[in-house]
Design a protein around this ligand. Structure first.
Ligand code: ADP
Ligand code: MG
Length: 247
């Protein structure tokens, strides 16, 4: 299998159990899931249905109790903790509800950080971080600290940070959960544009508006994927109806 056609995500019989005996919780109760390169997937489901647990597994922040997870062809079970964080840094760009930017640190520095972890030299790091910030429409805010930016701008910095390392997967957990409707639109348009450029995106959300942008929607219930549907989305509209990107 060549690099281009192996799935980004391949979960086989994945189970995650917490506790034991009478207090056992099957947070993820047997999930098979393949996500190909370039797909844009929304994971929905009620609170407690297992979304975050699944996201933690997909993001290599947690390991399954049973089953196999291959990220871009790599069986993550076989990795040491150190190798796992390296894979995480190299393969995945994370976007969180609460932005998770470092306070009192410029947007540019925030975006440079994952590149620094990846061992990219100072000069290239600065160039790539600046390019990522330009990509999200924030070239005029590179020197601003998070506290000097709106929520929507902070989330765009977080998107820049997530794409700066050119990861195979963008993984977002309720990325618009803390945003007003205007900033939500900005972030969703940005995702649309990244998807149109071939990025693989998995977004966890309980908002229909967010899921409407994805090409595929999974619905979780009691730790299993109850529905897995392809949908007509903004990406299928004729170009003149497609939203323009923020950058
Ligand atoms: P969601 O993100 O869809 O709200 P979660 O993945 O957070 O769902 O949780 C799924 C189930 O697993 C819930 O019943 C939750 O209480 C349980 N759970 C999640 N994390 C833990 C944990 N660290 N210890 C025990 N139970 C947990
Ligand atoms: Mg959750």
């Amino acid at each position: 299998m060549t690099r281009a056609d192996r799935p980004v995500i391949d979960l086989r019989g994945v189970v995650k159990t917490y506790g034991e005996g009478e207090t056992v919780v099957h947070a993820v109760a047997g999930v098979d899931l393949t996500v190909e390169r370039g797909d844009y997937v929304a994971i929905m489901g009620a609170s407690g249905s297992g979304k975050s647990t699944l996201m933690n597994i997909i993001g290599c922040l947690d390991v399954p109790t049973a089953g196999v997870y291959r990220l871009d062809g790599i069986d993550v079970r076989r990795l040491t903790d150190g190798q796992q964080s390296k894979i995480r840094n190299r393969k995945i760009g994370f976007i969180f509800q609460s932005f998770n930017l470092i306070a009192r640190t410029s947007a540019l520095r925030n975006v440079e950080l994952p590149l620094a972890y990846a061992g990219v030299g100072a000069r290239e790091r600065r160039e790539r971080a600046a390019a990522a910030l330009a990509r999200v429409g924030l070239s005029d805010r590179v020197g601003h600290n998070p506290s000097q930016l709106s929520g929507g701008q902070q989330q765009r910095v977080a998107v820049a940070r997530a794409i700066a390392t050119e990861p195979v997967l963008l993984l977002a957990d309720e990325p618009t959960g803390a945003l007003d409707s205007h900033s939500t639109d900005d972030v969703l348009r940005l995702f649309d544009s990244l998807s149109a450029n071939g990025r693989t995106i998995v977004v966890i959300t309980h908002e229909n508006e967010v899921a409407a942008h994805a090409k595929r929607v999974l619905r979780m219930r009691d730790g299993v994927v109850e529905h897995d549907d392809r949908q007509v989305g903004v990406h299928d509209l004729p170009p003149r109806y497609q939203p323009t990107a923020a950058a």
